[in-house]
Design a protein around this ligand. Structure first.
Ligand SMILES: [Zn+2]
Ligand SMILES: [Zn+2]
Length: 264
């Protein structure tokens, strides 16, 4: 039985686990080593449960605990060549851990992990489509300016999708960020707004997705309730009903231990 567990999700730190009782994969390591252990324990997991770390990209909110966690616990690190190169060149990865360059699908303890490119201001950034040993398909997709064709192909038809719902367009527009930053976030290599997320969810649910997790909410330009309502209201207007047609969670900034059992 595969499950998804979000350790933390926001603009200040991202890490989530997908696996089963035998072990699984950590997607991103934007969590300090002590919190890593503590948050795993909250869900009955230990560092030994983590068999590999797959990186989406090299921004600090995704890699800040990477060096310490991978070295201390002997966990191999998987990423695209550009992501790994940037981390090694900047000294954020020492190279003393096992490093695997992703140039196609990979297999870790029965999980098949397919990377797909995302449009973000970080070279080699990717999302992942995962096939679990018990036949579930899951999509992991954050940090993208828009939903490109490869992204849509990557997540369409997944049973479970964790998708970024980064900002509310009005909050960003009227919020405290300087103009250049607003432009970056709303740009083609920035982040997905609640509206862009909701429009994508419609396509996903029509393709068979039943479990949704809204991820990577901005702390300044979004609110959990706003992200949730923006999705459910939009979907309701398309005749798609929460409960009947899909289940949805907003991932908390830091987990309280809630695990989502994945079903196909
Ligand atoms: Zn991020
Ligand atoms: Zn990023």
């Amino acid at each position: 039985m595969s499950f998804y567990y979000n350790l933390c999700s926001s603009s200040s730190g991202n890490a989530s686990f997908l696996g089963d009782a035998e072990g699984g994969i950590l997607f991103d390591a934007g969590v300090g080593i002590r919190n890593f252990k503590k948050l795993l324990e909250a869900a009955g997991l230990t560092p030994d449960s983590v068999r590999a770390i797959f990186l989406t990209h090299e921004h600090s909110d995704h890699v800040k605990g990477l060096e310490a966690i991978s070295c201390r616990h002997g966990i191999p690190v998987y990423g695209t060549e550009a992501t790994l190169r940037s981390l090694l060149d900047s000294g954020r990865l020492s190279g003393s851990q096992e490093i695997q360059v992703l140039d196609g699908p990979a297999r870790v303890c029965g999980y098949e992990i397919h990377p797909f490119p995302t449009s973000h201001d970080s070279p080699g950034s990717v999302g992942y489509r995962v096939h679990t040993p018990d036949g579930v398909t899951a999509g992991i997709c954050t940090d993208l300016g828009y939903v490109s064709q490869p992204v849509l192909q990557g997540i369409l038809g997944c049973d479970f999708v964790m998708l970024e719902s980064n900002y509310d367009e009005e909050m960003l527009e009227t919020g405290p960020y300087p103009y250049f930053l607003k432009k970056r976030i709303a740009g083609r290599q920035g982040h997905l707004s609640n509206r862009q997320c909701a429009e994508t969810l419609e396509k996903l649910i029509r393709s068979g997705t039943r479990q949704i997790a809204l991820a990577h909410l901005s702390e300044h330009n979004n609110l959990p309730q706003l992200a949730l309502e923006s999705a459910t209201d939009y979907l309701a207007r398309q005749g798609i009903r929460q409960g009947d047609d899909y289940e949805i969670d907003v991932l908390p900034k830091v987990s309280q231990g809630k695990v989502t059992v994945l079903a196909c």
